[in-house]
Design a protein around this ligand. Structure first.
Ligand code: SP5
Ligand code: ZN
Length: 519
């Protein structure tokens, strides 16, 4: 179950308190504590317990009485509230109290004799938001007890201002570090795999150095969300390939495992094949489309952790963060329903999109893929789906990996007709043509009107100096891309895909996230 300890006392404005309470109960296991009469509000307690209300859900525009003074949480519950602008407008009438350390001293139950409350003292000098959170939680308590409205002398600030200073959750795990020692073949030669642990390390250190991010471990989500996207036999073969290869002596454990046979659709022709190999590493070739997706001892756990990273990031947004970043490694967008490839094992973005549909109560989810490569896996998974929009900007597959998909003519089919769109880009494309294509994609997102966070497959292999790409984006361009996407006003889950220029990767990720959180 999702641990929401860190979100104690969050206040959300929602369109429908009943629906929101039901959502939090169903998806996150919150218990309803109280539904105050005539308040169009619900108080929920997190499954992790606690003495306070963990969430106050207040209906947007609730008149009598108003949402509490002193509430500063600007949280956006995507499927209850249209856009963050709607919410900001609705919240404008509700002045936020920024509070101060001394005010916390006066009213916080955890205040110590040294005249400052534990929370404020612990974070003295931190952002205004920290202090405000403290005051707000205090107020929520006194309100429940029938206590007075907090003093009106406190400085008032627009709620939206406070939202902007909230740190962006970055979900990361160390599990990927064991997915290492990887190789790939290029020009017939073995080279170290471009997709390396240092990529994630570089991004994390850049974000830590920059500040403004809250680093969190993922929580475990088990296999169910993965099985909603990938076939069970793929999981079985992938999970067991390494141990079977070791047991059979096919590897001595010091080298990454790459199959020697690939089961193409052309193999059987008119034949009905009568069996399959017993050992899972020998079966793996039926589930791979390239040689760039090696398996080592730590691969399975790393891939599971990357999914947990992605889902935890999605949960942060589901409970109110306007933006969260899942530092997924391995990446995911080349992985299809029953096929690994392109450094990808589980399709993190597809799993999140499907999870938002099944568990998040969303009806329409949009995925924007800005990796240099076409996300063939994501496209395949949702090809016939009328409820998931998949948009991808990438190097023209006529010259670039994965070569066999990502052409403009590919637009989905059946219910999904028109809900897959591709923008193949010429070599050397800089921000200008890129932004033109992106603007087109963003218009389609708007027309689709997702009622869930936008899922962004973010790759930085579009960078001008990327070793395997040939587009020409610069670091500052990622901030501009971020600002453009931010203009949609949707909450966003950013998931890490590719990007191999180690020395620029951190700056590029920081630039994108900075653009995405801009006003
Ligand atoms: C997630 C992701 O970005 N996957 C990309 C997988 C690409 N793998 C093979 C790339 C082969 C590129 N060879 C180009 C050589 C240019 N010098
Ligand atoms: Zn890529």
């Amino acid at each position: 179950m999702f641990n929401v300890t860190r979100l104690n006392h969050a206040v959300l404005w929602v369109r429908d308190a009943d629906k929101a309470a039901d959502f939090y109960h169903r998806v996150f296991g919150f218990e309803e504590l109280e539904r105050p009469q005539g308040m169009r509000a619900a108080f929920m307690r997190s499954p992790s317990g606690g003495n306070h209300h963990d969430l106050g859900l207040f209906e947007v525009g609730a008149e009598a009485p108003r949402p509490p003074r002193g509430s500063v949480g600007l949280y956006h519950l995507a499927w209850e509230v249209g856009t963050i602008e709607d919410l900001a407008a609705a919240a404008k009438a509700v002045p936020a109290t920024t509070g101060s350390a001394s005010r916390c001293t006066a009213v916080t139950p955890t205040a110590t004799s040294s005249r400052s409350c534990g929370r404020c003292r612990a974070r003295r000098g931190a952002s205004t938001r920290t202090l405000a959170l403290c005051c707000r939680s205090t107020w929520t308590r006194s309100w429940r007890a029938g206590g007075p409205v907090p003093p009106s002398s406190s400085r008032e600030a627009p709620v939206a201002t406070l939202a902007r200073v909230a740190p962006v959750p970055v979900i990361r795990s160390g599990a990927h570090l064991a997915h290492t020692g990887l190789i790939e073949l290029t020009g017939g030669r073995e080279i170290p795999c471009w997709e390396s642990p240092e990529r994630a390390t570089a991004i994390e250190s850049a974000l830590r150095a920059a500040g403004g991010f809250a680093f969190e471990e993922p929580t475990e989500h088990g296999r169910e969300p993965i099985l909603a996207v990938h076939d069970a036999d793929l999981l079985e073969v992938f999970e067991g390939a390494w141990t079977d290869a070791l047991a059979a002596g096919a590897t001595d454990g010091s080298r990454a495992w790459i199959p020697d046979t690939y089961l193409l659709a052309a193999y059987p022709g008119p034949m009905t094949l009568g069996g399959h190999p017993a050992l899972r590493h020998q079966r793996l070739g039926a589930y791979l489309f390239d040689t760039a997706t090696p398996i080592v001892a730590g691969t399975w756990s790393a891939a599971l952790a990357a999914v947990d990273v992605a889902l935890t990031a999605a949960e942060r947004v589901a409970v109110g963060a306007p933006l969260a970043y899942g530092l997924c490694r391995p990446p995911g967008h080349h992985a299809a329903r029953r096929m690994l490839g392109g450094y990808c094992y589980f399709n993190n973005a597809a799993i999140v999109a499907e999870w938002l549909r099944r568990e998040g109560g969303a009806r329409r989810v949009a995925i924007l893929d800005i990796d240099y490569h076409h996300g063939n896996g994501t496209q395949q998974v949702f090809w016939e789906r009328g409820d998931i929009l998949y948009l991808s900007l990438h190097a023209d597959p006529g010259r670039a990996y994965p070569y066999f998909s990502g052409y403009a003519a590919e637009r989905g089919s059946g219910d999904g007709d028109g809900l897959t769109r591709n923008w193949p880009l010429p070599a050397g494309a800089s921000l200008d043509p890129y932004a033109t294509a992106l603007a087109e994609a963003l218009r389609l997102v708007e027309a689709f009107a997702p009622d869930a966070p936008l899922v962004i497959s973010a790759g930085f292999d579009t960078f001008e100096r990327d070793p395997i790409g040939d587009l020409a984006l610069r670091t500052a361009d990622y901030a501009e891309i971020g600002r453009m996407v931010r203009g949609l006003g949707l909450p966003m889950v950013v998931l890490q895909e590719g990007g191999y220029a180690l020395d620029a990767l951190g700056d590029n990720a920081l630039a994108l996230l900075t653009g995405l959180r801009s006003a």
